[in-house]
Ligand binder design. Sequence first.
Ligand code: SF4
Ligand code: SF4
Length: 95
Amino acid sequence: MAVEMPRVKGCQVSECVYNLESACNARAITVGDGATPNCDTFYVASRHARNRNTAGVGACKVTGCRFNDDYECQADEISVGSVESSAMCRTYQSS
Ligand code: SF4
Ligand code: SF4
């Protein structure tokens, strides 16, 4: 069964294992800890993942974002970047 997810159109967090050429190559990411729209899937290790997926947003726990509906992101696509040393959803807008 194909599941449509918002696409991660770009990520500038180059130190994350899933980042390759400013793109996220995880199959899906999870965003948020309830209030802060951080990328929960962010991970640093000695080598980067080799898969070339187009990442989607599998789940988002930031219910205060205008794109969030029932703990899922309804934006067409999001971008992720570094904010104060954390990987953050840059598409977040408070509702
Ligand atoms: S920080 Fe998040 S969006 Fe960026 S490459 Fe890592 S897992 Fe993907
Ligand atoms: S745009 Fe909003 S709902 Fe979508 S992933 Fe980012 S913080 Fe979550």
